[in-house]
Design a protein around this ligand. Sequence first.
Ligand code: GAL
Length: 380
Amino acid sequence: MFTRMRTVAVGALLVLGLAACGGEGAGGGGGAGAGEAPGDLTVGVSMPTQTSERWIADGNAVRDQLTAAGYQVDLQYANDDIPTQSQQIDQMVTSGADLLLVAAIDGTALSGQLQAAKDAGIPVVAYDRLIRESPNVDFYVTFDNFQVGVAQANALLRGMGLQNADGSPGPERGPVVVELFAGSLDDNNAFYFFDGAMSVLKPLIDDGTVRVKSGQTTIEQAATLRWAQETAQKRMEDLLTSSYNDGSSPDGVLSPYDGISRGVLTALQNAGFGTPAKPMPTVTGQDAEIASVKLIDDGVQSSTVFKDTRQLAEQAVVAAKAFLDGGTPEANDTTTYDNGVKVVPSYLLPVRTVFKADIAPVLVDSGYYTAEDVARGRQG
Ligand code: GAL
């Protein structure tokens, strides 16, 4: 059905093109695919920002793997600015991209662009973040985002001694004091991470084992716009001032992303945490960004959740190739990701929690980082 609709759309474009008679061409007749050599096909890759290592790693991995498969690649970053991302995608559509791979800044802001893509017969694959409120999302490649949240909450409990590595109850009985951070409310993933984490923490909050001293337990209260490190640092400073001015200390902080973790850790360090007399609270994370892996190695950050961007890129390429060959990619989840208009068929990848002892076996032995990268806290 997809191929048929695409053919109709391309046909309509051709008619329009002829009618325009001498107007500027669209550059390649976007959306063409089956039967064409990969070298004649362009994949538009729209990434949110270069200020976070993780998206640079994603962009590089996707570009390299698409190029290795023979495709042309138009890779753009949008500086976390919604109008910039909209413009870049508009440009990809008008210049004749054959497929779009999009990691949205604001999951609800791209309906117009996606409609234009649909009208031009261009398949759209949402990358890592679901695009919401649009029927024109054909596939979604991501990690198991709910499980990311579950893993973060378990890592928080383990770091505070409430849980052993095998999930059994740890030596610490509580009550423990924590604060909760969440991601950006315009990113659908933030809700999955928070809900996953709360599926573990809520019963413990309810029975008094875990206490959120600030009382800020809703995702709206815990949110961090654009996942920004500085915003998280500011909120942690405010929490310390408002809720810990009585000499008490948090035992742990749930953080959904390494950039947020670094903001939280900076606030804690500035308040004197991280000494034998005032140990650093357990701080979780996500993405295994190299700066945070070093902090874990140095015993500052407790853990992160590793999402192998090489695997995500690989799945994105598999999905792109399926569409460009005129078929549809194979989903392993067809129920979870309702984008407000439809359930988007998805391919979910597993995640892995990384504590200090896991850095060598999981991140270095797999070639994700070198031991030197970890020691330096940056790549290359
Ligand atoms: C989310 C993504 C996380 C993290 C965060 C901030 O959408 O799933 O892994 O990267 O954005 O960039």
